[in-house]
Design a protein around this ligand. Structure first.
Ligand code: MN
Length: 259
């Protein structure tokens, strides 16, 4: 009888200790969300062997979390590293960082509202980065695209002979300037960057940017002139859709966790 009582006591004590320290539990949950985000983006074909997703450290706005350099589908909590906003790894202990981590640090520096960043090479969006046709919101679930996606031209910041990768802070800063206050930016000849005020929101936007690009291409192939969401529709739909993100997040999380 002593032992169960003792365990109950320990349990009660740990609850009492845990209650005021609730904030300290948050990073664990968010790292779990970041791991889920990696798996979801891979499972839903937003990323493949390449691409990455990060989250701002909720305990320290001057730091962010990003996995070591590896395929997103394989990321576990043990692979998440912490970076400062200059994208120096603080706890790498020999683990390799993504060449393009500067995308994340530069955006967190420029955009205090941003809590998560996705970088991907989703094939459907690539044509809109190389064409004069702007990526625009074709349907309500992509209303966050607003007035159309800005395109980052790396030649403007890095000259005519880069390898297209955003692998320095000046290139990251230039990309963040192109992004401005938008939710997504395309990267000419490379891919896209998508931001959100939470991990699920960034994942949702990355997924629906790919869907929108595919649908816009199909609408353009039909001929005629597509009608895109206007500014008021985009703004109103965006507000409505924000409240529905968790439904998709729960579905994707379950699907990505299944064997
Ligand atoms: Mn890339």
């Amino acid at each position: 009888m002593d032992r169960p009582l003792f365990l109950l006591g320990v349990l009660a004590a740990s609850f009492a200790a845990a209650a005021p320290a609730r904030a300290a539990d948050a990073p664990v949950a968010t790292i779990d969300d970041l791991v889920a985000a990696n798996r979801i983006l891979a499972h839903e074909n937003v990323v493949d062997g390449f691409g990455h997703v990060s989250a701002r450290d909720p305990q320290n706005a001057n730091q962010y979390w990003l996995s070591r350099s590896m395929a997103p589908a394989l990321v576990t909590a043990a692979d998440i590293l912490t970076y400062d906003l200059d994208s120096n790894a603080l706890n790498a202990t020999g683990r390799t960082s993504f060449l393009e981590r500067f995308i994340h640090g530069a955006i967190y520096k420029a955009r205090p509202d941003v809590k998560a960043v996705v970088h991907a090479h989703t094939p459907a969006v690539i044509p809109f980065g190389v064409s004069t046709v702007k990526l625009q919101p074709v349907f309500h679930l992509a209303s966050f695209i607003g007035a159309g996606a800005p395109v980052f031209e790396i030649r403007d910041a890095g000259g005519p002979a880069t390898d297209l990768l955003v692998k320095t802070n000046p290139l990251g800063d230039a990309l963040a300037r192109t992004l401005g206050s938008a939710n997504i930016a395309l990267m000419r000849g490379h891919g896209m960057v998508v931001v959100g005020t939470s991990i699920p929101e960034a994942v949702f936007r990355a997924y629906y940017t790919g869907q929108d690009a595919q649908l816009q291409s199909e609408a353009l192939r039909l001929g005629g002139r597509p009608t895109y969401l206007n500014a008021e529709e985009a703004s109103n739909a965006s507000q409505t859709v924000t409240g529905l993100i968790d439904r998709a997040w729960q579905l994707w999380k379950r699907a990505a966790a299944s064997p």
